[in-house]
Design a protein around this ligand. Structure first.
Ligand SMILES: C[S@@+](CC[C@H](N)C(=O)[O-])C[C@H]1O[C@@H](n2cnc3c(N)ncnc32)[C@H](O)[C@@H]1O
Length: 261
């Protein structure tokens, strides 16, 4: 608890990201990782391997762009730093230990950015004007030779939806739901705009289950976002082994890899 509090005080993080809860979430992910390290290991290894395998599509290795770099648990940082002239790690929050790890590489840069553009719109967004501008950052950089989005997609709407439903309680569930889907689609469109090879690691579904394996809740991102769900490169991420969320309750995500050359 004390470590978490000290990180909260010390982190170099924009005020709006604190206000929306990104820093709190990032610290919570770190704590959960520490508790669930063994259960997470296969997922982290497969994520890193998938990212490295996708580099085969690259002809040149000037700049790499990693969206959702977070705690760098699933990002093969040393290898990327070795292969590319520059690596940009993009996340709303870069915790102090991430910044320390990055300092070992003079060609790696932490970019604090909300890839949805939501945080920049906090003062103007309203129930009548919920639209967000299309992201443009990095699209004009001709040196980008590889783009990755790493276990980020399903996270994009969570904190913005929390904020919207508190700020505008009149917004109904269906409106919020379709707004969240639009935010994720916009990220996919943004990725598709890059001319470089792209690797997307994303949740196809999230399951909450009881100790007998009976499903209590299921979120189906594959159909919501129109993914081809038959891709062979998929695995289960035991994000919360039974007991982590509540006694007898567990949760896993099914993660898939989509690459574009
Ligand atoms: C599940 S974590 C991904 C794991 C991460 N690659 C790691 O190794 O820790 C999701 C990450 O997405 C980031 N994130 C969530 N919304 C974001 C946004 N709008 N823009 C940029 N990053 C965001 C979070 O801060 C978090 O680090």
């Amino acid at each position: 608890m004390l470590t978490e509090w000290l990180t909260y005080i010390a982190a170099d993080c924009p005020q709006s990201a604190r206000k929306l809860g990104y820093l709190r979430e990032s610290i919570a992910i770190r704590s959960r990782y520490r508790r669930c390290k063994t259960a997470w290991q296969p997922h982290l290894e497969r994520s890193r391997a998938a990212l490295l395998a996708s580099l085969q599509a690259c002809d040149s290795f000037r700049s790499a762009l990693v969206f959702g770099s977070g705690l760098l648990l699933d990002v093969p940082l040393d290898e990327l730093a070795r292969r590319f002239e520059k690596v940009y790690l993009v996340d709303v929050v870069h915790l102090p230990e991430v910044r320390r790890a990055v300092r070992r590489h003079s060609n790696v840069h932490c970019i604090s950015l909300d890839v949805t553009g939501f945080m920049q719109q906090l003062d103007t967004i309203s129930p009548q004007h919920l639209g967000l501008p299309l992201p443009e950052r990095f699209l004009d950089d001709p040196d980008i030779d590889w783009v990755a989005s790493v276990n980020l997609l399903s996270q994009l709407p969570l904190l913005p939806l929390d904020w919207l439903s508190r700020r505008f309680p009149e917004l109904d569930h269906a409106t919020l739901d379709s707004w969240g889907t639009r935010l994720m689609r916009q990220h996919l469109d943004y990725l598709a705009t890059f001319a470089a090879p792209t690797c997307l690691l994303a949740d196809m579904e999230q399951i909450v289950h009881d100790s007998d394996g009976k499903i209590i809740e299921r979120i189906d991102f594959a159909s919501r976002l129109g993914f081809d769900d038959t891709t062979p490169d998929q695995w289960r991420w035991d994000i919360a082994p039974p007991g982590e969320i509540a006694p007898g309750i567990g949760s896993f995500h099914r993660v898939a890899v989509y690459t574009r050359s």
